[in-house]
Design a protein around this ligand. Sequence first.
Ligand code: AMP
Length: 399
Amino acid sequence: MNVLVLNCGSSSIKYQLLNMDGEPVVLAKGIVEKIGLTYGSFTYKPTGKDKVVIEQPIVDHSVGMDLILKALIDPNYGVLKSLQEIDAVGHRVAHGGEYFSESVKIDQEAKTKIRALGEIAPLHNPANLKGIETMEKLLPAVPQVAVFDTSFHQTLPKKAYIYGIPYEYYEEYGVRRYGFHGTSHKFVAEKACRILGWDITQKKIITCHLGNGASISAIDKGKSVDTSMGFTPVAGLVMGTRAGDLDLGALLYIAEKEGLDLAKANTLVNKKSGVQGISGVSSDFRELQAAMEQGNARAALALDVFCYNVKKYIGAYAAVLNGVDLVIFTGGIGENDDIVRRESCKDMDYLGIRIDEQKNKVRSTDAIISTADAKTTVMTITTDEELVIAMDTVRLSKN
Ligand code: AMP
């Protein structure tokens, strides 16, 4: 069974085609970028073959999807004989609100709800829906499935998701903590338990998904009980360009001083903040490390702030869980950056967390990095959100 996985943003489409018969195999993947701009770009990489890059204006998502489908069946570099070999399409959908605690097969009702949730996720859900509707036109006979970033966190207890604001805003507008990266948190927790031979329903786990967007979750007996992102993905950790937790009074003060309207305030906290804002160097951790090694004090400070925040959340969630059996690092930074892992776990002996310096020198792999005598196991686990989407798509499209 071949599954096309799509992650549609407002100006981009990331895609992967996977064969799910037996061990999943990625047949091809790539990205359509700069949709709607003067110069668009389309990248296509069939597994084991050279990458194809096409630069051309891509006026809308439908043109982008058309490029993807044509590439998949191209006589020279395609991986399918015809589009009929695509058996199902899985979509990453950012916001499932309180409607979706599970992935769903797309039908009229699901689309209506995803559209309605565009109200609270205006940057993501409309683009996700556009992807769904375009695919319905291009591949009308093929079942489609939506997998939500939020659904794993629908098990949060009310005390963890209600904000300290008038309750009517929750009732009327749905303003509450939802959390994101759910597919990743769930996937790495389950994968780690499989590797360790543990029963997840007996364990207390803290998952640190550290990428350009970053969030931490407390998982009790396999269920998410707290998570650092909130109503939007700007909350929680200091990230690449997002501010994370911020005194609301500080934002109001800056807005007044700088005469920021809502759109500018939004850009400030989402695009100009985080380690980029602190360092003035980059949002990319490789560039920050390089700058730090050359003596850039603000790059060093940005890394320090980031790790300190990760550490604080681990501590907070150990309190939430009343202990912790396993801490997992994943995402581009979590999987690759041994310095961030070491610094985030520094001086945490009281929690039984002790990193083994040698074991920690790993990248992009599944490994235990805690010392043999540590009470709490610490691991790096590679995440694969596309695989989760493909697996859910297989399961639901068969029903
Ligand atoms: P993601 O959003 O999960 O793709 O993660 C992207 C981030 O991972 C980049 O911005 C980098 O900062 C970071 N990253 C990727 N590879 C490395 C590496 N080898 N060392 C340190 N950070 C890395």
